[in-house]
Design a protein around this ligand. Structure first.
Ligand SMILES: Cc1ncc(COP(=O)(O)O)c(C=O)c1O
Length: 413
């Protein structure tokens, strides 16, 4: 099995960190990279926008500056994770922003104003479409989930109509960890393309933990973030734009203009479509550590990462079965992402109980216990976690443990 514990800052044993689906651990190189940011700023000031030492690919001899980091890092670190061809990827602040760019491109609605999403869409997708629905006169189909809470791929393809402009589907669902296999995604792509629409995949939870081939999946756009399994922290999302996709988002700002330092009164269309997915001045500090997790995972090999993750989630499922805890995630390996969700009464209390015993999981809606064992976890840690879980469920002792915090927004577990 993989052992990438040395590459990350881990809580001291006996802590068991099982929250890769929520926030990745910090790669050990990150403090030095953040120091590099402050050094570059201190030593170069504004000139850092033009050139900084290449901290990301030092052996390449390539020039890089803050201005070009969004394309440069996406090209060399994100595109290979997606099997994407050159010049198709760029970093984004978050998926929400990418959705605004997409919805603001008139070309998207050239073939009609109908949009298909599923009930399992993350709010960054679902809310964005609904926020603009009346303004843009969109007709929206939200495809319901199956009784078991999974995506009904046939229903998604059947929801596509001649006026469908856009269909957006998650590669790995955030509520269940359900992975849509390539043939399912391809079926949706074919249905949408048959009517000239665009197929967008939200790959937030696949990138870094599951092999992805955006072209084989038929994606026109593939968006995601590096915060979680890819261990790149916040502010670091990305989008892939199929070669030849000529969108002109009205959201484009001056960082995406074709003559940014001409400060022209009229906006100009940048020749590189990726750059049109840029707004105002970018936040560069987060880009220093954006791809360190990706570097570690790629060095280990995404197939190996996937095999490790599957072995540990398999172990979680076996232990949950033995303890009689219902599983909310798909059981077959080919339908599982990196997360296992268990249905537990007062799951927030169980989560708090486990935290007091140095086992970090998270919970949702007081009903679901979530765990995503990843490249730093071992089978012994899974057993340790489940020994506590089985005891707690059997005795009911966890029900007396109050969850930490109560911020106005609810707990960020
Ligand atoms: C499927 C999915 N998409 C997107 C996001 C994050 O969206 P944003 O980058 O807009 O915060 C998440 C976060 O958990 C997610 O699970």
């Amino acid at each position: 099995m993989l052992d990438l514990r040395d590459a990350f800052v881990l809580p001291a044993p006996p802590h068991v960190e099982l929250r890769a689906f929520t926030h990745g651990l910090m790669p050990k190189a990150v403090p030095a990279l953040m120091q590099a940011f402050t050094d570059d700023w201190a030593e170069r000031g504004v000139d850092a926008w033009n050139r900084v030492p290449n901290h990301w690919r030092p052996a390449s001899g390539e020039d890089v500056g803050w201005w070009s980091l969004p394309e440069y890092l996406a090209e060399h670190f994100v595109a290979p994770l997606l099997e994407a061809p050159p010049h198709t990827c760029i970093l984004q602040p978050n998926v929400h922003t990418t959705m605004q760019y997409v919805l603001s491109a008139p070309e998207v609605f050239a073939s009609g104003r109908h949009v298909v999403i599923t009930e399992a869409a993350f709010p960054s997708v679902q809310h964005s479409v609904k926020q603009w629905q009346d303004v843009f006169d969109l007709s929206l189909t939200v495809v319901p989930l199956t009784d078991a809470g999974f995506i009904d791929v046939t229903a998604v393809t059947q929801a596509v109509r001649p006026d469908t402009a856009l269909a957006v589907v998650s590669h790995v669902g955030f509520t269940t960890g359900e992975l849509l296999p390539p043939d399912a995604l391809r079926a949706v792509a074919d249905a949408v393309h048959a009517h000239g629409g665009l197929f967008v995949i939200d790959g937030y939870h696949s990138v870094g933990s599951v092999p992805v081939d955006v072209q084989a999946l038929g994606a026109d756009l593939y968006m995601g973030g590096l915060l979680k399994e890819a261990c790149g922290s916040s502010g670091n999302a990305f989008v892939y734009l199929r070669d030849g996709l000529d969108l002109t988002p009205r959201m484009t700002g001056w960082f995406g203009d074709d003559d940014p330092f001409g400060f022209q009164p009229e906006p100009g269309v940048h020749p590189d479509v990726r750059r049109r997915f840029m707004g105002g001045t970018t936040a560069v500090a987060s880009m220093y550590h954006a791809v360190e997790g990706v570097r570690i995972l790629r060095r280990a090999g995404i197939d190996e990462v996937r095999a490790h993750s599957l072995a540990l989630t398999e172990q979680c499922i076996a232990r949950a079965d033995a303890a009689g805890i219902p599983l909310r995630s798909p059981r077959p390996a080919e339908r599982r992402g990196a997360m296992v969700i268990l249905e537990v009464d007062a799951a927030d209390r169980l989560c708090a109980y486990l935290k007091q015993r140095d086992v970090y999981t998270d919970s949702r809606q007081q009903r679901y216990l979530r765990m995503a064992p990843f490249v730093w976890n071992t089978p012994a840690e899974i057993d340790r976690a489940f020994d506590f879980i089985a005891d707690a469920i059997q005795s009911g002792a966890y029900r007396h443990t109050l969850p930490e915090t109560a911020t106005a927004a609810g707990p960020v577990t």
